[in-house]
Design a binder for this molecule. Structure first.
Ligand SMILES: Nc1ncnc2c1ncn2[C@@H]1O[C@H](COP(=O)(O)OP(=O)(O)OP(=O)(O)O)[C@@H](O)[C@H]1O
Length: 263
């Protein structure tokens, strides 16, 4: 199931935030959105998981606009892990993950043994089974992030939307999450700040700057020193990663004097 964002425009607070952004997330691939702070990555993702209706443009799942679906239908196709992990309810991690089953059940229907098994498996996949009985509100930022990913997995959709899924995670869990997402084989679109994680785990990248997509393609084609300088305002040495062969970036501030120490 491919996800195609076509010419998405969004205005917020009287300001144009997205100026006609188009992105293709191919079926079964991991598509990364990268770009500086405020470039519109989260806003674009919010139009996909139906938190924000675009002023114009389409969010197409195999040519069906997600904004034409009923909420339940959309939730059977698209699962999301938003950036905001505020705990509003006094529920356990297991109950939070079980919410992922809602679109598959009749309203007020009790959870089945199969639901419980799906929830358990989802918690296990993100290394959060020991947290199952804990109150969600008492979890650390990284623990919450993993539980929210488990909720998305329990939803059993074909499309996964992740907004900076690694930002609270320690080094091991960052790598575990990216590998898990890659190995799921789902159509995935994610905002990601860490360009080395993006380069290693994403099949394709779209670079946003000031609400526009300014480059798209495989990481090795997109993450060039010239683009990193013009969009991210950093100097970059791009070398093949000694283990994976994927591009690996060594970043320096633009003020670095050649051959000298960073200023
Ligand atoms: N409700 C709102 N009203 C006005 N402006 C908004 C609103 N929500 C977001 N913005 C603005 O839209 C722009 C894009 O925000 P967005 O969160 O999409 O960027 P981002 O690329 O995800 O940034 P970051 O990397 O910092 O997470 C920012 O300038 C932000 O201040």
């Amino acid at each position: 199931m491919a996800l195609r964002l076509r010419d998405i425009r969004v205005e917020l607070g009287g300001r144009q935030i997205l100026a006609g952004a188009s992105v293709l997330a191919a079926a079964g691939e991991v598509t990364g959105l990268v770009g500086p702070n405020g470039s519109g990555k989260s806003t674009l993702l919010r139009t996909v998981y139906r938190h924000l209706r675009p002023a114009s443009g389409q969010v197409l799942l195999d040519e069906v606009d997600v904004w034409d679906l009923r909420p339940r239908e959309a939730a059977r196709d698209i699962a999301s892990v938003p950036q905001e992990t505020r705990a509003e309810f006094d529920i356990t991690a297991r109950e939070m993950v079980a919410m992922g089953r809602t679109p598959h059940k009749h309203p007020f229907a009790a959870a089945t043994a199969r639901d419980a098994e799906i929830v358990r498996e989802a918690l296990e996949r993100v290394d959060a089974l020991p947290l199952a009985g804990r109150h969600y509100a008492t979890l650390s930022g990284g623990e919450r992030q993993r539980v929210l990913l488990a909720r998305a997995l329990a939803q059993q959709t074909r499309v996964l939307v992740l907004d900076e899924p690694t930002n609270h995670l320690d080094a091991r869990h960052q790598l575990d999450l990216m590998r898990l997402v890659r190995d799921l084989g789902m159509t995935t679109v994610m905002a990601v700040h860490d360009l080395n994680l993006a380069a290693t785990y994403c099949d394709r990248l779209h670079v946003l700057r000031a609400g526009e997509v300014v480059a798209s393609g495989p990481p090795e084609d997109v993450l060039t020193p010239g683009l990193l300088r013009s969009v991210f305002e950093v100097d970059a040495d791009v070398i093949p990663h000694p283990r994976t062969g994927r591009p690996h970036l060594i970043l320096s501030s633009l003020s670095t004097v050649e051959g000298g120490e960073p200023a």
